[in-house]
Design a protein around this ligand. Sequence first.
Ligand SMILES: [Mg+2]
Length: 321
Amino acid sequence: MAQLAEALDSKSRGSGFDSQQSHHPRPDGEIGRRSGLKIRRTLSVPVRVRLRAHIMSLSDVLSRTKAFLLDLDGTLYVGDSLLPGAAEFLELLRRRSIPFLFLTNNSSRSTAGYAKKLRSRGIDATMSDVLTSGGATIRYLVNETPYRKIYLVGTPELEEEFTSAGFTLTFDGAEAVVLGYDTTVTYDKMAKAGLLIRAGIPYFATHADRTCIYPEGLHPDTGFLIAGYEHIFGRSPTVLGKPELPMIQAATERLGITDTSRIAMVGDQLDTDQTMALRHGLNGILVMSGETDAQALEAWGHTPASTVDGVWEILDTLRKL
Ligand SMILES: [Mg+2]
């Protein structure tokens, strides 16, 4: 398909917007254990869904889907180009009043920043349509912890999102450290975060992606700092973004649907989108228009509920239902 070829070609020149490269998936049980916190487990993980994944057609998956979680880069667009059918798919969801959320791990942008970026790509989006790992982190800290004085390693956009939510960003008197995808990180920030992490205060990360894709290649993402602190201080953070439980809790709260077997997670990445689907009982629809190729899927060792070439296949099938 010429349009797809063009879009994929643009990927190599892409902006890196919503880039989620790879992760350190952590078992749910590890969340909060290190910090001594407990996470409310309001979601069930229906094992039946995992078994059903082998026999469901895309039509079956879509028939039981009441809401969609939509990854962005590699799913709805690549680089600056919308993928074929993406705009029509979103229009159809809106026309049929099917709830959906854009879901991204990239915390270098705020929720408002993402909504603005999406609109610049021709996607009708407001802040309420977007959930970032930064947003999920704020929700988690507010709901599940007493920490309001934070040492944040993050971009000015993320800092603004935290201060708008009522947090005080400070080194002196910090009650917790939060690592985000900080494209403005300095040695001073890294050193100060390290002092607090070594001192043993509660320690969080918005997500654990090791790299972020840019036109010239892969840049270090939050996982770069996480690995560094693990290496020198032997501490790992509580991670809140995909594929971890707090991200899906934030998403289901927004959607107003707690039965995850009625939600489809459409995404191109195995270690974030599809691992989250597998762990939390969502219907994972893997799109092969992004980071994952057939070899990676085979090596993964699991089967998404459905695998399609791209979002245009979902559009075609949904139109017939
Ligand atoms: Mg993606």
